[in-house]
Each structure stands twice: as C-alpha cells, then as structure tokens.
Design a protein around this ligand. Structure first.
Ligand code: ZN
Length: 189
C-alpha cells in the first residue's frame, strides 16, 4: 500500500482543528508528522522477533502458536491485537517458522477486520505450503469495542478451518490442545 504521508499530515491537522485543538501548540506541533510515520509503520508488514512463538511439529501436524499481532480495525482506525495460531498438514513441504510469521504480518499490518484477516492468512498458507489442510485461529481484543464500552474486552476468536481440519474432528481438537497454553487471555498482552 503506497502511503501519501503529506496527505495524512494535512488530514490529522484538520482533525485536530475539528476537535477544537490548537495544532500549533507545542505538544501537537509534531503530531501530524508522527501519526503519518506511525501509519507507514503499522501498515507495512515487517518481521516479528518470534519471541512469543512456539513451534510444534509431530509426525504429520505442524502448529505455530502464539504469534503476536497488532492490526488496525478498518471501521474505526483503532488497534485490535492478540495472537494467531497456524496449523497445517505438510504435503512433503514444511515451511520455516519465519515464513509463517511473515504471512501473519502481511495480513495484520493493514486496515483489517479480524474475520477477513483470518481467512486471508489461511488462503496464503494453502498457497505457501501446497497443502489444502490448514487451520488458523486468531484471538484479539478490539480497542474500538473496549474503549467505547460497547462490549467487555473479551478476546474475539475467529477460526478458518480448511481441508482435513474441517472433516476430521479429532485433528481439529488436537490443534486446540496444542495451542491451549499459548491462547490469548486478553489484557495485559
Ligand atoms: Zn472497529
């Protein structure tokens, strides 16, 4: 996504004015530029250090769990954040942990809704692994809900269940068992 930072700066200045703030006061003077820089960073995929990520590989099941992510809700431009768990049955090809993390990054670092994001990660995993058997679970708290008091900030859970994971119930349960210790309990992250 190409970002027009000058335009964001102009828009943020207008928002500050519309709120009734003085955009030239000291604390706000650099805010439009900071926000533009922030959007550039938040909306551009980059590597996660993997610190909170677990890799479990049994004979025919690979699970990468607890991948922390931060995304931006496209309805309110507020963060939603949590963890993603990605499982697949390799068809002769195991992809690296960093590749899985990169795929998660690719679809979280953009304006999103959690449901679409989860489906996109699953679709990309199918492409990357050449296996139709993919399961992705994401758990997130949405600040647009938490801050506005519409709902208690309990994590929203979305699952994309494809191929054998959809037809084999015990396989799906196996994934939930493996990810259980790494599930997102909400704040604090
Ligand atoms: Zn929202």
């Amino acid at each position: 996504m190409a970002i027009d930072k000058a335009k964001i700066e102009k828009a943020v200045r207008m928002i500050l004015e519309a709120i009734g703030e003085d955009p030239d006061r000291e604390g706000l003077r650099d805010t439009p530029r900071r926000v533009a820089d922030m959007f550039e960073e938040l909306l551009e995929g980059y590597e996660l250090n993997g610190e909170y990520t677990w890799f479990t590989e049994s004979s025919d099941l690979v699970v990468v769990s607890g991948i922390r992510f931060y995304s931006l809700c496209e309805h309110h431009l507020l963060p939603f954040l949590g963890v993603a768990h990605v499982a697949y049955l390799p068809r002769g090809k195991v992809i690296g942990l960093s590749k899985v993390v990169r795929i998660v990054r690719k679809y979280t670092r953009r304006l999103q809704i959690q449901e679409r994001m989860t489906m996109q990660i699953a679709d990309e995993m199918i492409k990357a692994t050449g296996s139709p058997d993919v399961m992705v679970v994401t758990e997130a708290v949405h600040l647009c809900m938490a801050m506005r008091g519409v709902k208690t900030p309990a994590p929203t859970v979305v699952a994309a269940v494809r191929g054998a994971f959809a037809t084999d119930k015990s396989l799906k349960e196996e994934v939930y068992k493996i990810i259980e210790p790494h599930r997102f309990r909400g704040f604090p992250l």
